[in-house]
Design a protein around this ligand. Structure first.
Ligand SMILES: Cc1ncc(C[n+]2csc(CCOP(=O)(O)OP(=O)(O)O)c2C)c(N)n1
Length: 311
């Protein structure tokens, strides 16, 4: 039976796929990544985590004009597969074959050569400024992991972008992991943001409950007291503070395996006139249980040859 993947002879074809087809394509891509890494080794968990994110990006943007910049680059296997390299993907990381990272001489879709972490926002901003000087009307997107975001160069670029007020789109691929579990103040901050939707739900449940208290106005009085407490609580877990202070519009967190949710946000930010940061929450190793359970073992270059039965 012909796979959907066989029809992807150009990234533009992704535009014509409906949601169900995109989900089928996601599982075909996962199979290709797994079978290739089983033979050649590679960075499995980071790339399994970005399959849906990459498909959402390719379904919304036109990367013949728009530019996509990956950080570190070890999560870009789906990007390679969609951009004319699916038939040579079996040569990944072999002599004369495809490289494990985006490389400009390998494809016009590899906007920036990577390997070094924390460079994507800076590179994307440079590309955006250059595009404007050339009067090109294209979108520029940086995808950066929560680990790479802790690098100083990433903050220099956020600082610069916030001041320039251009439509730079930064996607924070937050899987709570660097090579191992992420640590530090920024990591703690991001986990507070991820908790924020639960906080919002809890707040609504509380308000509904109090309003149902039958004595006239008592419910409202409790609510106004609760509101002052809530503002204190909110400043402790307000989702967007750091990024908004740097001049970015913050959106999220969004489920990075929900293609539709990401498409909706990406379409929405296309014509923003300010930089935007979309916080995407993903599972490292998604779809391959051993990699989900111990993503650190599959973040560094790993071969599955020793455990083919798991495939
Ligand atoms: C300057 C630099 N330091 C260290 C590394 C090694 N390194 C490769 S991947 C990685 C973790 C990146 O974590 P994250 O950005 O969260 O991406 P994830 O693997 O979780 O998708 C690190 C530190 C590197 N590539 N460059």
């Amino acid at each position: 039976m012909e796979r959907l993947l066989d029809k992807i002879t150009s990234p533009k074809i992704v535009h014509d796929l409906n949601l169900q087809e995109l989900r089928i394509l996601a599982s075909e891509i996962r199979e290709l990544i797994l079978s290739t890494v089983a033979n050649n080794g590679g960075h499995l968990a980071p790339s399994l985590g970005t399959v849906e994110l990459t498909l959402a990006l390719y379904s919304v943007f036109d990367f013949d004009n728009d530019k996509l910049v990956w950080d570190v680059g070890h999560q870009a296997y789906t990007h390679k597969i969609l951009t004319g390299r699916k038939d040579t993907f079996h040569t990944l990381r072999t002599k004369g074959g495809l490289t494990g990272f985006p490389k400009r001489s390998e494809s016009k879709y590899d906007a920036f050569g990577v390997g070094h972490s924390s460079t994507s926002i800076s590179a994307a901003l440079g590309i955006l400024i250059a595009s404007e000087l050339e009067h090109k009307n294209n979108h520029v997107i940086a995808v950066i992991g929560d680990g790479a975001l802790t690098g100083g160069e990433a903050f220099e670029a956020l600082n610069h972008a916030g001041q320039l007020k251009k439509n730079l789109i930064v996607i924070l691929n937050d899987n709570e992991m660097s090579i191992d579990k992420n640590v530090g103040a920024l990591s703690e901050y991001l986990s507070q943001i991820r908790l924020a939707p639960q906080y919002r739900r809890a707040k609504k449940d509380f308000e509904d409950f109090v309003r149902k208290i039958p004595i006239a106005n008592i419910g409202d009085k409790i609510l106004s007291t609760a509101n002052s407490i809530r503002y204190g609580l909110k400043s402790a877990i307000v989702p967007s503070a750091i990024f908004e202070s740097l001049g970015f519009t913050y959106l999220g967190p969004v489920d990075g395996h929900d293609i539709k949710a990401m498409q909706d946000i990406l379409i929405g930010v296309k014509d923003f006139e300010v930089p935007v940061l979309i916080h995407v929450h993903t599972t490292k190793g998604k779809g391959y249980k051993p990699a989900e359970d111990s993503p650190e073992s599959f973040t560094v270059s790993a071969s599955l040859i020793s455990s083919p039965a798991k495939l």
